[in-house]
Each structure stands twice: as structure tokens, then as C-alpha cells.
Design a protein around this ligand. Sequence first.
Ligand SMILES: NC(=O)c1ccc[n+]([C@@H]2O[C@H](COP(=O)([O-])OP(=O)(O)OC[C@H]3O[C@@H](n4cnc5c(N)ncnc54)[C@H](OP(=O)(O)O)[C@@H]3O)[C@@H](O)[C@H]2O)c1
Length: 385
Amino acid sequence: MLTQRKFDEYYMRRALSLAWRGTDAARPNPKVGCVLVQETQTGARIVGEGYHAGYGRVHAEAAALDNAANRSEDVRGASAYVTLEPCSHFGKTPPCAPRLVSAGIKRVIVGSEDPNPKVKGRGFDILRAAGVEITAPYLEKECKWLNRGFFRCHTQNRPWVTLKAASSLDGKMALTSEIHAFDNLERTSLRGITGETSLNWAHLMRAEHDGILIGVGTALADDPELTTRRTCGKSPLRIILDTKLSLPPSAHVLKGGCFILTCASGANESKRKALEDAGAEICVLPSGDTGRVDLCAALSALMERGVRSLLVEGGPAVLSAFMKAKLCDSLAFFAAPLIMGEGPALGDGLNFNFMDSVVKLKNANVRRSGEDVLVEGIFQCSPAL
Ligand SMILES: NC(=O)c1ccc[n+]([C@@H]2O[C@H](COP(=O)([O-])OP(=O)(O)OC[C@H]3O[C@@H](n4cnc5c(N)ncnc54)[C@H](OP(=O)(O)O)[C@@H]3O)[C@@H](O)[C@H]2O)c1
């Protein structure tokens, strides 16, 4: 016999797995899943289920109710397992909390409160006022993780920032000869540090983020495309930190559009126009203490541009700048079975006197990625969601 806790966990995990199906199509909305469960004397069964399948499309609760109606199931007296608080306001679709009430749902089990000020507790108020029993938060950590960018924006006013790096066993991210190689080498002579499995994995990571950011150092050295061509996901917004607008208009990253964050307000007009003609959207920001693009201002500008999750794939300079500013949430670090000797390394530019102050990760997870090793973790400086 299942305890109530195990029973609830089973259906909430089902709602969570449905929510993940929303993938990037739901952006900028959160991914949400909903399962409707009818209990009778002979047992319990799912009578309807759904998820938010895309921006502007029906919400998970409405999708589950429609699914039940299509199956001619009676939902009166049923329980609804929803990963996020049902909404209370009219957006692109009608609000879900009143719809659950009028469908006769008796109990609602919710993953977490919706941090959006338009909802934030109001959905619960509607349900409570109608006498619906509420169990919340339930599996809150998992439900928030599902929409970490959405939560980070509402709680910290910036996107969720993932730093991604690949290095040799001695921590090197490139060979010295590859720095500023764009001008001197054929593209084909530049080979990645990691193997095929890790490259495919990295492209999947790109597809999960709204934006992908590098510094102009990487753009000049590698001339990357920053697409998701190894997978089927949507390519994120390409972003370059380029204090002085040094990116050449011939750069691959400009094809298909690119957002350049710069401090060069007085850049010569023809240079600016050449970049814009090649596909750049230029955003002028203040410089920080280092005389380079201010990262706080950069994250605010990106949030305005709709970026809720950001993958930073820059070289050591940009990665260290994010760590120094404590503006990073998670790390995806690929270590390849190579020793590269001299070259730029992860952590260059960071300097600590005590072990207490070094950059630390929590909840670190280590797994194989082909012949490489992938270490993922949450930066200790990352505020709780
Ligand atoms: N293995 C890997 O995972 C990996 C990933 C990426 C790159 N790389 C390698 O790393 C090398 C390039 O390293 P890198 O450090 O020069 O690349 P980067 O970190 O991508 O770019 C650094 C440049 O970004 C610009 N920038 C603008 N605002 C900044 C800020 N707030 N903080 C820091 N930088 C800012 C600076 O130039 P301005 O001030 O002129 O704007 C700076 O020189 C290449 O050889 C590349 O192949 C390796």
C-alpha cells in the first residue's frame, strides 16, 4: 500500500517529466506539466494530463483538462498535480486557477509558487477561496530547477548563468599558438579539445539556453558559429563581449544575427555600419572596473532582450570575469585525456591567498562523456532559487 507521500511523489514526478517535454518551445514562459488523478474505491488512475507545449499555446492545466474531455473522463473530485502555481491572470490564454475550480477539482498539489508578480500567490488565493485543498510546495527543488532561468530572473533580476569550459587534464583551454589564430590559420586546422560525444553534448546544452556568450578573444581565435548544428534544438541568441568593437564583419558568428555588447559609443560609423550590415545588433553599455564591458549591465541588457538562461562559452578571460563578479550559477566542465602544456587555462586571472576564498562548487556531479569526463556543479556564490 502506497503512503500518501509516495502516491503524491509518483504523480508529481510524472507531471515533471511532462513539463520537460515543453523544451525550448515554451520560452519565455516556464515549462509546466499537469496530471489529473481520479481516486475511486478500486484505486487511482490518471484521467488527463498535459504540458505547456509552446509560447501562446494552452497552459498545462488547460491541456490536461482538454485531454480528459477528449477521453470522456469525469474530472469532478479529481486531484491535479501541477509543477507551478496555476495562474490567475489573463495573458495569451485565460487563467488556469478558475478553470480548475469550475472543472470541480478537489485537491491541487503544486511544485512551487509562481514568482511572477502577476501571479505570486494569487492562483493559490483563488483555489483556497473556492475550497480547493492545496498541498504546496511539493518537490519544490526539482520544480524550480526545471525553470531555473525563469526563477533567477524574477528573484535576482538576471538570467541563470552557466559557465562551460573544456580543458586538458592540466587545465589548458587552448594552445598558445591558437590565440588570435583566426587571421593566420585555416578554420579546419583548429581542432577541438574534447571528443565527439562532448561536442554533441555541448550543442544540446546550447539548445537548452536562451543565449550563448563569448568574448571577442574567442571570436578572433576560433571564428565559431555558435549554433546547435549537431542537434535539433533552436540556436540561442549569439552574444559577443567586445569592448572596442574589434570583431571583423567577416566573422562567422554574425551570420544569422548576433548581439554585440560593447563600450565603444564613439566607434567610427563605418565600422559600426559594416557590423550591422553583417548581422550585428549593437548594444552600448558602461565599462566596469576593468575598463571592459560591465557584466552586471550586460546581464540586465540580456534580460531585457528576453534571455533568461545564458551559456557562457568564452575563454579564460570571460570565464574568470564571471567568477570574479560572482555572477555565475552552474558550471559544465569537460576534461579531456590530454596534457597540453603552455597555454591559457581555466582560472587565469583569479588569485587567492586562502583556500577559504577559492571558487567552490556544490552538488558536484561527475560522469563520463565518451573519453572525456564531465563535471557539473552549482557555484557556491549562486543564490538559492
Ligand atoms: N576550451 C574551451 O572551452 C575554450 C572556450 C572558449 C575559448 N577558448 C580559447 O580561449 C582563447 C581565447 O581566450 P580569451 O580569454 O581571449 O577569450 P574570451 O574570454 O572569450 O575573450 C576575452 C575578451 O573578451 C573581451 N571582454 C569584454 N568584456 C569583458 C569582460 N567584462 N571581461 C572579460 N573579457 C571581456 C576582452 O576584449 P576587449 O576588452 O577588447 O573587448 C577580452 O580580451 C582562444 O584560444 C580560444 O580557442 C577555449
